[in-house]
Design a protein around this ligand. Structure first.
Ligand code: MN
Length: 723
């Protein structure tokens, strides 16, 4: 069977009435368009779109998606055009291909802003037609499967992106098997050493595990049958990445991760699910706090199941998920299940809206966020974080990210409630605003008309909505303050020169000054004075001919809100390697918390009397700082010298390993300036090194080399003040 036949077979299987001729035509078009192109592996290029279409068919998506999969690289890499595709294959397919092409054209760069921008476009595309994202996910899956043929730097970049964006996206869309495969593939390329080690340990115990799974499956099935529950029981080993995460979280070696196997009970009705749960809890002791009812309270990605963990037959922990057949389908395929063919027509429906409510909410926030980095930072939490489910006093459910506080809840209910939120009652008890909401809490918000959001709230909230509302209100307040301060200062300065601010405004003279000083006209100039970006003296100089006016010492001190905090220090050459808004002679220091390296995305904050402090963009401390003190900074590219970073290496506590590790630093010309090594009780060693590196590239290569050493479990860059 050719691979094309394999594809058409798969489609005919779930969609008997499908127009397979259209699939063949799409394939032929792609084959012709990509003629002469090869993949890195040496295979003809068309094998890639074909593989992508096969994955799409595995998801049982509609015909347009499959054809779009076949054609997805045609516009990007060949001379084919969207118009041509519209003519040959119709509007729908052409639209999908165009969407995928546009997504692919946005190179994911290390610059966070650009990444944020891409992300935003991805969401926009998603809101228009979720199939664009589904095709893109399948494209990424095939790319990850054939990553072996690319050079190591590319592997790492693509794998990192997959771990950061695509796997969580698959998760959020509820497509479990794609998420799992993406995570394990990314794991393999990101932490090769740890991956190999774990994979071999898992392989070694395979026989044992299979026996165990069969035994427990039989046991569960027996109990269920005895109680009259009709069901199917499946046991399966968890995927490597999730075992790895668990090992890291608990600090335990693989042998001690007992719940690496999960069991599923699939029943014929919801009622049977609860029945099955009762049977399990009666037979085996449930572990407190592990029971979750996602059947009554589905996750926003439509997932439904009962989760529990019990003490199993041999005293070990067993995780059990209980759900119906149709819930199982949604659990595996997520949103893709929604696009399936049923009786020959695509299942789309009026309830789309409800199911994709979270998507709509995201789109709503992004309108309010002007700063793309801010957008990314907040949306990541909404999209990828865990959720808690809480209730309004009326019994409505709100899903909020884990760690959310009453303020988040208040904004989720209504923005005016958020703005005036002064306290909260949780399950009838007064709690502080920093209280972290828990599943099942009933929350009543106490409002006070005099209450206003303050900066500390930003540290508490977790949702994009609350954050953007608070920020925009704070910004407005800041602006109002700057405006009245600017007006005050200008009025005083004008008076000293027998001028009237009001008259100058009316006559338009102030606008002329605004234009000359390039601050913008009207109130903008006054605002700039308030912010300290322009001094009153500069304004006076424009209005009063040189020498004609009094050069009274203006009360500059009180203007010191922003820019004039910068103390320029004249240096012959730039030694920091940082440009602040294009200038390189400004006093700069690097934040100790995150110690940025050339190559890291960075952001500056104006610090009173100390110039500009540079943080990494993703530094928590940086995010806490006043956004109004934020200033654009960039590496000037000619930066020389070295920067201190801290690297933590977790490894086996074996003789000789430390020497091996330090040799690896030396081999790469990197100097260790400080080291701290400590053995843990479980036979591991935690080593923290402070080392001087040139830039991010060098650090990455050090980390790569260290990860390859046998016996090294993990290598992480840590906060420099760890030592
Ligand atoms: Mn592709």
């Amino acid at each position: 069977m050719t691979r094309l036949e394999q594809l058409t077979d798969a489609i005919a299987h779930y969609h008997p009435a499908a127009d397979l001729e259209l699939v063949r035509r799409s394939y032929e078009f792609a084959a012709k368009a990509h003629e002469g192109q090869t993949r890195r592996s040496g295979d003809p290029y068309v094998t890639h779109p074909l593989a992508v279409a096969q994955i799409i068919a595995e998801l049982k998506l509609d015909l347009a998606s499959v054809c779009a999969g076949l054609l997805h690289d045609a516009v990007e890499d060949t001379s084919a055009t969207v118009e041509q595709l519209t003519e040959l294959f119709g509007k729908e397919i052409a639209f999908l291909v165009d969407g995928v092409t546009k997504l692919g054209k946005l190179p994911w760069s290390t610059r966070e802003e650009q990444q944020a921008e891409n992300f935003r476009k991805m969401l926009l595309a998603m809101a228009k037609d979720i199939r664009v994202i589904l095709v893109k996910l399948c494209d990424r899956l095939d790319n990850m499967r054939s990553l072996d043929h690319l050079p190591p730097e590319k592997q790492e970049r693509i794998a990192a992106e997959t771990m950061q964006i695509y796997a969580p996206l698959a998760n959020r869309l509820g497509i479990q098997w794609v998420k799992i495969e993406l995570e394990d593939l990314a794991f393999k390329y990101l932490h090769a050493g740890e991956y190999e080690q774990l994979a071999s340990e898992v392989a070694k115990t395979r026989r044992e595990r299979l026996d165990y799974i069969t035994a427990v499956e039989g046991l569960i099935l027996h109990e269920m049958k005895a109680a009259g529950v009709t069901c199917e029981v499946q046991g399966r080993a968890k995927h490597l990445w999730s075992i790895h995460q668990k090992m890291k979280k608990t600090g335990r070696p693989f042998e001690e991760i007992h719940d690496a196997i999960g069991f599923r009970v699939i029943t014929d009705s919801e009622m049977s699910c609860y029945h099955a749960l009762g049977v399990a809890h009666q037979k085996w002791t449930p572990i407190p706090g592990r029971f979750k009812d996602y059947i009554a309270l589905p996750k926003p990605n439509m997932y439904q199941s009962l989760h529990t963990a019990v003490i199993g037959p041999h005293g070990e922990r067993i995780e059990i998920q209980i759900r119906t057949q149709s819930q199982h389908l949604v659990a595996e395929q997520g949103i893709a299940a929604h696009w399936k063919y049923k009786e020959g027509r695509p299942v789309t429906g009026g309830d789309d809206d409800k199911k994709f409510a979270w998507l709509r909410q995201l789109m709503e926030h992004q309108k309010e966020l002007r700063d793309p980095t801010e957008f990314l930072e907040t949306v990541k939490i909404d999209l990828f974080g865990d959720e808690v489910y809480v209730f309004t006093p009326q019994g409505d459910v709100k899903a909020l990210p884990k760690g959310a506080c009453p303020i988040d809840f208040a904004y989720a209910v209504h923005s005016t409630i958020g703005d005036h939120c002064s306290g909260a009652r949780v399950n009838g008890m007064i709690v502080p605003l920093r209280y972290q909401l828990r599943n099942g809490d009933t929350i009543e918000i106490i409002t006070n008309p005099n209450q206003k959001p303050n900066k500390d709230w930003l540290k508490l909230v977790k949702t994009a909505r609350a954050r953007s509302k608070i920020r925009s209100l704070l910004r407005k307040e800041q602006r109002d303050r700057a405006m009245s301060l600017g007006r005050d200062l200008l009025e005083k300065a004008m008076r000293r020169h027998d001028l009237s601010l009001q008259k100058l405004e009316k006559s338009g003279e102030l606008d002329v000054v605004g234009k000359e000083l390039r601050t913008g006209i009207g109130e903008e100039l006054i605002l700039q004075v308030g912010y300290g970006k322009v001094t009153t003296q500069q304004v006076v100089d424009k209005l009063v001919p040189a020498g004609g006016g009094k050069t009274a010492a203006v009360a500059e001190k009180s203007e010191g809100i922003l820019k004039n905090l910068l103390k320029k220090v004249t240096r012959r050459t730039s030694t920091t390697g940082i440009k602040v808004q294009g200038e390189d002679d400004i006093l700069v220091r690097f934040a100790r918390c995150c110690s940025p390296l050339p190559g890291d995305p960075i952001v500056g904050f104006i610090t009173r009397g100390r110039g500009v402090t540079v943080h990494r963009r993703d530094c928590d401390k940086g995010l806490d700082l006043d956004p109004d003190r934020r200033i654009d900074v960039e590496w000037d590219g000619r930066a020389k010298g070295s920067h201190e970073v801290a690297i933590q290496v977790l490894c086996a506590d074996k003789p000789g390993l430390l020497a091996h590790i330090s040799q690896s630093f030396t081999d790469q010309g990197v100097n260790i300036t400080q080291a701290h090594c400590r053995a843990t009780e479980d036979g591991r060693a935690v080593n923290t090194f402070r080392a001087a590196v040139k830039d991010l590239e060098q650090l990455k290569s050090v980390i790569r080399q260290l990860s390859r050493i046998k016996g090294v479990y993990s290598v992480d860059r840590v906060a420099a003040d760890t030592l």
